[in-house]
Design a protein around this ligand. Sequence first.
Ligand code: C5P
Length: 323
Amino acid sequence: ISVVQRLWRGHVSADMLSPRLQRAMKDYVSANKHQVSYRGRRRPSQSAKELLCEMKAQARLQMVDGTQQPFSSLGWASLVPSLPLEQLHKHPDQGSFKSCAVVTSAGAILRSGLGREIDAHDAVLRFNAAPTEGYERDVGNKTTIRIINSQILANPNHRFNTSSLYKDVVLVAWDPAPYTLDLHKWYASPDYNLFGPYMEHRRAHPDQPFYILHPRYVWRLWDVIQGNTQENIQPNPPSSGFIGILLMMTLCEQVHVYEYIPSMRQSDLCHYHERYYDAACTLGAYHPLLYEKSLIQRINTGPGSDLRRKGRVTLPGFSTVDC
Ligand code: C5P
């Protein structure tokens, strides 16, 4: 049976990947670019409920807020938005959002016709430079939050300052820091320099909510993936997709994720908006995607038919989970 069918069942292993992807994975493990040393436990056979509760405990949202060095000396306490993300959309008597959609950028969402269904959610999360214009039938056109990696800020090709993709939405940026959480080291040499563009953008658009995820949040999510996986996963941060799913589980009562675990439309087309083919985009080389996806399938409460037909996973928001 295929890798995707195994993902639908939630049983995965690096053996299922092509030799090329297995080799890429091994190279990342030996490079260990971010100096990961995992000392936590491994309990790969936790129940779905236990896993969900571990995620809820580990995924307490944390942003760079200017309380820690070097950011405090740089005046970031007054640079970052004064309202935390969790409070932006808070209604007096509810949580934040009732229903949320996380729309991955996978090529398999093409010809899905899911646009209307996606737009019917209270909030929609999208990633990086994924457009809606021209793809409305399949991906919808509503965007509430956009998660962007540091390349979007640093690489002029993305026209971060002028593109409409990054206007009128909540922005959440991230960049891989050392696993040791040395913020001085991170500030001095981020993967891609996001700090300058972030400061500039905050000053130019103080009313647009724009946050940088704290590296502790990102690596805690990685710890959850490794702690619930038998094999050694890639020592690199989780994908934006995984980060976005857990972020929305803290903000929403129910989360639908589209084309993260591939539907029967699965293909090697990397993104729906680009003619570039590589199975690594779906199964992972740098990011521990295969393992992330297996974890999400383990907490999926939706039927198998949703997965196959829509590539849709249904997850409970953390506020609805009693631990
Ligand atoms: O490529 P990019 O990171 O911008 O895509 C956003 C997210 O969508 C990824 O981090 C990944 O979680 C998910 N994705 C996927 N399969 C693909 C492309 C993207 O699962 N083929």
